[in-house]
Structure formats: C-alpha cells, structure tokens
Design a protein around this ligand. Sequence first.
Ligand code: PSU
Ligand code: MN
Length: 304
Amino acid sequence: MFHFSPEVEEALGARRAVVALESTVIAHGLPRPQNVETARRLERIVRGEGAVPATVAVIGGKVCVGLSDAQIEHVGNSSSVHKLSTRDLPVAVARGLDGATTVASTAFVAARAGLSVFATGGVGGVHRGALPDVSADLPELARTSLGAVVCSGAKSVLDLEATREWLETHGVTVVGYGCDEMPAFYTRTSGLAVDVRCDSPEEVARLARARRELGMAGALLVTVPVPESAEVRSEVVSGILDEAITEAERRRIAGRDLTPFLLARMAERSGGATLRANLALLEENARVAARIAVALKIEEGSEN
Ligand code: PSU
Ligand code: MN
C-alpha cells in the first residue's frame, strides 16, 4: 500500500531513526518559492541530526513515504495537489489523485508505515465560532499510536483553550519542550499549562516509551516554542488575525480552505513576520524531532 523512497526503506530496514514530515504545509501552508526551499531544508536538518526524513504525500494515488526531489517540487508547485485529511485519503487513492497530507493523514500513514516520530508546524484544533469545527488532527492524535508528534502548539486562529481541553479529555499527553506553557505558534506562550516539561530528547523518549508500555493509543504531543528571535508579539498577531477572520466570514471561506487563507492573509498583513516565524519554528521542530527519534532508537536498543 505504501511506497517507500529508497532512503526511507533502507533506514527502516536498518532500524535507523526516521522522522515523518507533512506536506500540506508545503502545498497549502507556505507561499512559493519558500515552500519547496523549506521542504528541502527540513529534510537537510533531519539528516544533519543523524535521522532520515520521510516527507509524506499522495502522488497519482500512491501513498508515498519519503519523496524524491522532483516529487517535493511537484507537491509545492502543482495547482492540482489536494489537501488531504484522513477522510480524503481513500478518495485520493481510489481516483489516482495527487494530494498533500495534513497532520491527521500524515500521522495515520506514519504510524502504519512503522514510523514513530513526526514533525510539523502547528496542529489543527477547535476553531472559533458557533459551528463546532474540530480539525481531524485532534482525533487522529488521540487514536493513532506514535511516539511523538512535534509541533509549536496550535495557532491563535483557533480556540486554544478549547483545543487544550480537547487534548486533555482524550488522553493526549502534552509536553512542553523547554517550556511550561503550550506555545501558540507565532508566540511562545498561551497562558495554558502543558502536562509535563521536558528539557532533553532523552526525557521525551522515556515518556514515549512509558506510554507505549502502558499500552496507550495516541501520540505524545511535544510542543516547542518558536525561537525567540522570530517570535511575533501577540498584540500584532491578534490585530491581523481578527481582520483575517472577519474577511474569511464575509467571503464565506470555510472548511479546508480556512487555514490556508488565514495563513496567507496574516503573512501579507504582518509584512512577512508571521511567515518568518513559521519558517523558524518548522526548522526548530524538525531538529527537535530528529533528536527525539535518535533518542528513541537508543531507548529501544537498551530494552533488548
Ligand atoms: N497549521 C499551520 N500550517 C499548516 C497547517 C496548520 O500553521 O499548514 C495545516 C496542517 O497540515 C494541519 C492542517 O494538519 O492545516 C489543519 O487543517 P484543518 O484545520 O482544515 O483540519
Ligand atoms: Mn475543519
């Protein structure tokens, strides 16, 4: 069912550390040409830490775990690449479509492909507003067993308090990596406490192992704050965000199109500041995820 790149296939065979990377952020979350450059840079960062990157996407109906350079370029530059959440995966496979995977569908594929660490930018969550629009990312984190999903929390586009409550209700352990509060994507703090703070990849690996030994389904959600030098002040974020949400409502942009629209509008209105933050946190998360993946392999080795 899955099509592994030669690099990923070899790494899995040799039980080396592998880090899954999502592709919706490339296709729909970042502007061109930074999107393709970023996808490549994230892969280099993962390799630099001694792990192997596995960017996930669906190409011509094939679920690919690990992309070639040409495939990354295709996902970033083609306008026929769909945004695929878990529910959309069977449609793309049956119809031979091209699609980028979200946090939900990347987690789904990664777990079944035998990967245990996954890095992304921000996870989806509970959207603001009357309609209960809950990203499929959340239930996927609660039911798909992965060692660690590394992100910078969720964006303040979402109802962060409701998102935090949802994770607690569904038994997802939220780790603050070098922080005590769950980061809010562009900003390092949210006022919402994490469940546990970890200051090293080894500590995270021990937690992931404990979850597994307890027989728990779902992922450990490791939240990493955006590097200080790239943080966008919350006053700046909230001003432009309110404006973007109002515009989305007026233009009736909703569902899968909402997140990409808000991201693009905010980057424009902040003079690129939110985009710089987005790139910096993606890089940091890839680095941390690779270190955790390596630490997990060492943990596993000590079990035998
Ligand atoms: N947050 C970001 N950038 C992104 C996304 C989220 O900062 O590109 C993408 C991720 O792929 C995430 C998806 O899984 O949006 C969530 O979309 P929705 O809210 O429609 O479930
Ligand atoms: Mn939704």
